[in-house]
Design a protein around this ligand. Structure first.
Ligand SMILES: *[C@@H]1O[C@H](CO)[C@@H](O)[C@H](O)[C@H]1NC(C)=O
Length: 315
């Protein structure tokens, strides 16, 4: 079934419509990058930032799951000597939930002009906000003071959850930013020393299908392939294993490779393979926060403060 993709419906978090709608343009959004300079013919490209397709030599920095850990995010940005004029930051999803300052992380991302992709926790907050906004519109009451009728809450939204609280507390500007995060963000192959287009998403893909064919749920939830289908459970075989095998075969046959950079799987930690890089190093569990600098093909990590009490083990 093919239905059009109303932007409004997406903003209200109606994932059913998103799941049914056709536009790959909605699923895959290209990050605006500064125009590329082709490398001088016959010269091997220099190493480091000058290798970048960004004529300023700026960096494209992809950051793993921040989960409301604003202090640790600031520490990572300082460690990277981030320069707003030069560098672009992309957050690999799950900006919010578990940590102490989710809305502060959204504000910081907005101030920085950072890009983002949607994580499963971001999605839960967005769906809550869409639901609350629709109540507000239909009952003309101030939803912040009005208890929603629990009987009407969709069964996949949990009343009293941190996601509901964040959805209620979020300003319109914060909501607008979070809902602007696409499911996949694409970077041109000129940026990466691996000579591959970089696809950023929160969780991963089903390696049995092309990027265009992926289900939204898979993109921000998958961890393993279990009995042949994508699963968020911690058993089965990593989607990235199947993906790397499939991508290597495609490339051997002459196709162009795609480097998938993702977060979500804190259980496996830093997972740097040929065609995929897992960046969730469990900051919210008191481990590390990691960034991948595309032009330098390099990972930078900082140690995070102690585990957040809001961590329920659901990455
Ligand atoms: C950022 O980079 C620009 C351009 O190279 C430079 O003029 C500026 O001083 C840098 N800012 C900082 C804080 O380093």
């Amino acid at each position: 079934m093919l239905v059009p993709c109303p932007t409004k419906a997406l903003n209200q978090g109606l994932m059913l419509i998103l799941a049914l709608c056709t536009a790959s343009s909605l699923l895959v959004q290209s990050a605006p990058v500064q125009s590329s300079q082709p490398p001088a013919a016959g010269n091997s490209p220099p190493l480091g930032p000058a290798d970048s397709a960004n004529p300023n030599g700026g960096r494209t920095i992809i950051v793993g799951d921040v989960h409301g850990r604003l202090e640790d995010f600031n520490k990572l940005i300082a460690e990277l000597k981030y320069n707003q004029t030069m560098d672009k930051v992309i957050l690999a999803g799950d900006l919010v939930a578990k940590g102490p300052d989710s809305l502060g992380v959204i504000d910081k991302a907005r101030q920085m002009g950072a890009e983002c992709v949607r994580g499963n926790h971001d999605d839960e907050v967005l769906r809550w906000r869409g639901y609350l906004d629709s109540l507000k519109k239909t009952t003309k009451t101030d939803f912040k003071n009005e208890e929603e009728d629990e009987a009407k809450v969709p069964e996949d939204l949990i009343p009293g959850s941190e996601h509901e609280k964040l959805a209620r507390d979020m300003t319109d500007a914060q909501y607008k930013y979070l809902s602007s995060c696409p499911l996949i963000l694409t970077l041109p192959d000129t940026l990466s020393p691996r000579n591959a287009a970089v696809y950023v998403m929160h969780a991963g893909i089903d390696p049995a299908h092309t990027f265009k064919e992926q289900k939204p749920w898979t993109l921000f939830n998958v961890r393993n392939i279990l009995d042949g289908v994508p699963s968020r459970k911690k058993k089965g075989s990593s989607w990235s294993k199947g993906y790397n095998e499939a991508e290597s075969k495609r490339v051997q046959k002459g196709a162009e490779g795609h480097l998938v950079v993702y977060g979500h799987d804190a259980g496996r930690g830093l997972n740097n393979q040929k065609w995929s890089i897992g960046l969730d190093t469990g900051c919210v569990k008191g481990n590390q926060l990691s960034a991948y600098i595309v032009e330098q093909d390099k990972v930078v990590s900082i140690d995070c403060g102690k585990a957040s009490e809001g961590d329920d083990g659901d990455d």
